[in-house]
Design a protein around this ligand. Structure first.
Ligand SMILES: [Zn+2]
Length: 217
């Protein structure tokens, strides 16, 4: 029997990739997917933020405090000599968001995306690296990987679909489950579930079910 697929052609394509990933991971339709297990097959090494050497206490405090919303994590563009890539996740975002970020990186690898260039996103970071001279500071550059827009969209969408597959999402929505319940089930954020409900055209159904839910409270 085929899994149920979302309505649009683009979403069908993403869903099939996502189901392929879930199949590869050996999880059943209703089971939550563990991106950390898949990361190994994608040769992604997840590094604990706390183990990054050379960050000043000020930088650390900035990245986890005021600046925490400006980064979610990602893979280093250049692989290690053994072919693995380092991935750093933002611990301030919590496990649910980290799982979506890591899943996106896994999807980039499985979809065979190639970064098209290295982008310098910051030449003169506002954050002072404690104790360094001014000349050292201006020489600091932050390198970020840059995929093209379509690849970014596909990786995020496939990652999200792998975490929250359509057939089960649809069933849960029809049963009148709330996004936060579905999120708990798949161990992702409520926002990710709502995004999945919208892009798979289940939002109207979801609203209808939630109106019924409210009546019965
Ligand atoms: Zn990406």
């Amino acid at each position: 029997m085929f899994d149920l697929l979302p309505p649009s052609d683009k979403r069908k394509r993403f869903e099939l990739y996502a189901l392929g990933l879930r199949d590869f991971a050996g999880v059943r339709a209703e089971q939550p997917l563990d991106p950390f297990a898949l990361a190994e097959f994608a040769r992604l090494m997840v590094v604990d933020f706390d183990s990054i050497a050379g960050l000043s206490p000020e930088s650390r405090a900035h990245l986890l405090g005021d600046g925490a919303e400006q980064w979610s994590g990602g893979a280093c563009s250049r692989p290690l000599p053994n072919g693995w890539k380092l991935v750093i996740l933002n611990p301030a975002h919590g496990q649910q968001r980290n799982r979506a970020t890591l899943m996106e990186e896994v999807a980039h690898v499985f979809l065979g995306h190639k970064p098209n260039r290295l982008a310098i996103i910051s030449r003169n970071p506002a954050v002072s690296e404690g104790g360094q001279s001014k000349s050292r500071k201006t020489a600091t550059q932050t390198l970020a990987r840059d995929y093209n827009h379509d690849d970014e969209e596909a990786a995020y969408a496939v990652g999200a679909a792998a975490l929250v597959p359509y057939s089960v999402l649809r069933r849960f929505v029809m049963q009148g489950r709330h996004a936060s319940q579905i999120a708990r089930h798949f161990r992702v954020s409520r926002q990710l579930v709502e995004y999945r409900i919208k892009v798979t055209h289940l939002w109207q159904e979801y609203k209808r079910a939630s109106a019924t839910r409210a009546e019965h409270v």
